[in-house]
Design a protein around this ligand. Structure first.
Ligand code: GRF
Length: 203
């Protein structure tokens, strides 16, 4: 399967995907990376690994619609079938999602439906949660809330800071995001309403 990855920053999740492809764990390839931020470190990762990338900045377009249309155009040109949001800091509209029906996934650093939106790790700390984690889900028009593909649990420790908790969660993000892309690429993921069924998955 040809995959497109949307990023805005550091790109450690992108790196986890690149590694999984390089190790032959996922069939197919990363056909294109799009960054909405020209300074994103994710771009360095693309250069280092010879992955095609494009910078598409929101401010270059009159409207969100035109900005998203440009991204769809580039992704379609590269034959992208699955779009992965890996630290992409913008909310996509229904127009974008219609171009890739049930083929846009996101990684979020909490166990959704808990702690949606920004600073999910800080929210978990402030709430006093003892467990949190990360989620890969299909993207729907509701922010950080679409059918769940895979989640991982992470304990919140008494001495945790936002940084230490984020780091512990991130290690699991780097496992479950490639896992979800692998399952989808193998055609093993079916969605029935809110429920995602992964054929032959052993938990
Ligand atoms: C991750 O914590 C991800 O869950 C969130 O944004 C962060 C991106 O990190 N959506 P990176 O750019 O993949 O390193």
């Amino acid at each position: 399967m040809r995959v497109g990855v949307l990023v805005s920053g550091r790109g450690s999740n992108l790196q986890a995907l690149i590694n999984a492809y390089n190790e032959g764990k996922i069939k197919g390839e990363i056909a294109l990376v799009i960054s909405d931020n020209p300074q994103a470190y994710a771009i360095e990762r693309c250069k280092r690994h010879g992955i095609e990338y494009a910078v598409v900045e929101r401010r270059e377009f009159k409207s969100k619609l035109e900005f998203e249309r440009r991204m769809v155009e580039l992704l379609k040109e590269k034959g992208v079938e699955l779009v992965v949001l890996a630290g992409f800091m913008r909310v996509l509209s229904g127009e974008f999602l219609k171009a890739f029906p049930m083929r846009v996934i996101n990684i979020h650093p909490s166990l959704i439906p808990a702690f949606q939106g920004l600073h999910a790790q800080r929210q978990a700390l402030e709430y006093g949660a003892k467990l949190t984690g990360c989620t890969v889900h299909f993207v729907s028009e509701e922010l950080d809330n679409g059918p769940v593909i895979v989640q991982a649990c992470v304990p919140v420790l008494p001495q945790d800071t936002e940084e230490s908790l984020s780091q512990r969660i991130l290690e699991f993000e780097h496992k479950i995001l490639p896992q979800a892309v692998k399952w989808i690429s193998e055609g093993r993921v079916e969605v029935e309403g809110r429920k995602v069924v992964v054929k032959g998955a052993i938990y």
